[in-house]
Design a protein around this ligand. Structure first.
Ligand SMILES: [Zn+2]
Length: 305
């Protein structure tokens, strides 16, 4: 495990092979006076036990607050490890967790590291939750998911942005891109001096801007800016996935609103079947969705609503 000190009270934990099943997925700790704030909990008890060993002495007289940036499995599987902690998330993140966590655990069980028991947040907030004396705030910032939030260390001007910023472009997994754009614009108004991400370590302000330009291009149905493509030629697959995935999500939402029994998984299965997509040809769902012709996809989706 590599531990990087950030500012006077931040620690970034980066786990290695053998310690986690999912590398490049950091957790961030803010050491306050009364509370320690742990942003996300990785893939289970094993990586969390390493964090515990590292902070055990200092943690003795503090209360541990766990902040879940959102419901995805690689951010919550260690929730159960710290017995006396209080877990906090946005209210929608908790709802999303209740709806999806057991299913995600089943689908991704090969990534379990150590022991896991799904544990839901104890406390939720809607717009913001402030620990005034500590200068720490959890702020709602949707986009990556509908319940995504960020953690701001106001004293140090360090913001933990979770999965909202990725290098070079974010993965688009939620239909509400306006919310994504607003959250990135908000982050840029914070005047933070450090942006800690989950999967891309520390992002520069320029990188936050690149993410914003990209999201705007997708919203406006414009090509990805030439400047981004030139600097990052490898994004083609992710770019195609993002655009197709957002389109599917939008149509799914229309159907969901008109049918109480709508089953998203079944809908996608049928869609792929009708489009004669051979799943076995692809290494990942991202590659498979990226491979679909955009116009054909749109035509098919229109038929379904
Ligand atoms: Zn995520």
């Amino acid at each position: 495990m590599k531990v990087t000190e950030i500012g006077s009270r931040g620690l970034m934990f980066d786990f290695e092979d053998g310690e986690t099943t999912l590398g490049q997925t950091i957790v961030y700790l803010i050491k306050g006076e009364k509370y320690f704030f742990l942003c996300d909990t990785q893939t289970g008890s094993k990586p969390m036990s390493l964090v515990k060993d590292y902070i055990e002495e200092e943690l003795k007289n503090k209360q541990l607050i766990i902040f879940n940036s959102h419901y995805h499995w690689d951010h919550i599987w260690g929730n159960d490890f710290f017995e006396d902690s209080i877990i906090v998330s946005h209210s929608k993140a908790r709802d999303n967790m209740i709806e999806n966590a057991e299913k995600e655990l089943k689908e991704n069980s090969k990534f379990v590291e150590g022991k896991i028991k799904i544990k839901y947040p104890d406390i939720t907030f809607d717009k913001k939750l402030s620990f005034e004396d500590e200068g720490v705030e959890f702020i709602y910032a949707p986009g990556h998911t509908s319940g995504h939030a960020i953690c701001y260390d106001k004293k140090e001007k360090i913001v933990f942005v979770g999965d909202l910023v990725e290098e070079p472009i974010p993965m688009l997994l939620d239909k509400d891109l306006d919310a994504f754009r607003n959250s990135l614009e908000y982050i840029l108004t914070m005047n933070a001096n450090t942006y800690v991400t989950t999967h891309s370590y520390i992002a520069s302000e320029e990188m936050v801007n690149v993410n914003l330009q990209y999201v705007k291009a997708v919203i406006d149905n414009k090509k990805t800016p030439e400047k981004i493509l030139k600097n990052y030629p490898d994004i083609e697959t992710l770019d195609k996935f993002n655009r197709n995935n957002v389109m599917i999500l939008k149509y799914e939402n229309i159907l969901k609103n008109s049918n109480n029994n709508f089953d998203g998984d079944r809908f996608r299965e049928e869609l792929y079947k009708e489009m004669k997509i051979d799943k076995s040809k692809y290494d990942s769902t991202v590659e498979m969705i990226a491979s679909i012709d955009k116009d054909k996809l749109e035509k098919k989706l229109k038929e379904k609503v």
